[in-house]
Design a protein around this ligand. Structure first.
Ligand SMILES: [Zn+2]
Ligand SMILES: [Zn+2]
Length: 177
């Protein structure tokens, strides 16, 4: 009874599935699936080149996405490096720059805070006296030095400080009078 009732529907269904329209829908679906699969593989290749340096690993990732449609791309996303190569290089550069800065011992002017080189005598921006020059060879002397390391002449505390100098001598080198 039910069979006889459903007969017209199943007949129309089977005629629908055997129709040209169904073939067209089926082919279109396969076509779009194939396009999507290739697009995903292309995306995996592009993404891998931005994250991985080793060409063999890039090839393996792309092959994975091609050989196992969609599933391969998911596997790739689980194991891909978290950072882009650009970011890694940028960070390495920043670290190198920081190390160079520390190595050079870049100091700042105590008055205007501008970056100054360790052998400046005077701050070029605010003209604050930073160091005194050696009396003989004019090399910049550190405040604690008792003798010039370049020409071996002793540092005379009283004669090198001119009246207009704003540079302050450390307490232990100040004359007590
Ligand atoms: Zn300054
Ligand atoms: Zn000297």
């Amino acid at each position: 009874m039910t069979n006889s009732l459903l007969a017209p529907y199943s007949a129309s269904l089977s005629s629908f599935f055997s129709s040209n329209l169904w073939d067209v829908i089926k082919n279109l679906s396969f076509f779009f699936l194939a396009v999507f699969w290739l697009a995903v593989a292309y995306w995996v290749n592009k993404d891998a080149r931005r994250r991985i340096e080793d060409p063999w690993l890039i090839g393996t990732s792309t092959a994975l996405a091609l050989l196992f449609p969609f599933f391969g791309a998911i596997i790739y996303m689980l194991f891909r490096p978290p950072e882009y190569l650009d970011e890694v290089h940028e960070r390495e550069l920043e670290i190198k720059e920081m190390e160079a800065r520390l190595g050079k011992r870049v100091t700042r002017c105590p008055v205007c805070q501008v970056d100054i080189d360790s052998n400046y005598l005077v701050c070029p921006v605010c003209t604050t006296r930073l160091k005194q020059p050696c009396a003989r060879c004019k090399a910049p002397l550190e405040p604690l030095w008792q003798i010039c390391p370049y020409c071996e002449s002793p540092v005379a505390p009283q004669e090198t400080i001119a009246a207009e100098d704003t540079w302050e001598r450390p307490p232990h080198l100040r004359r007590s009078h």
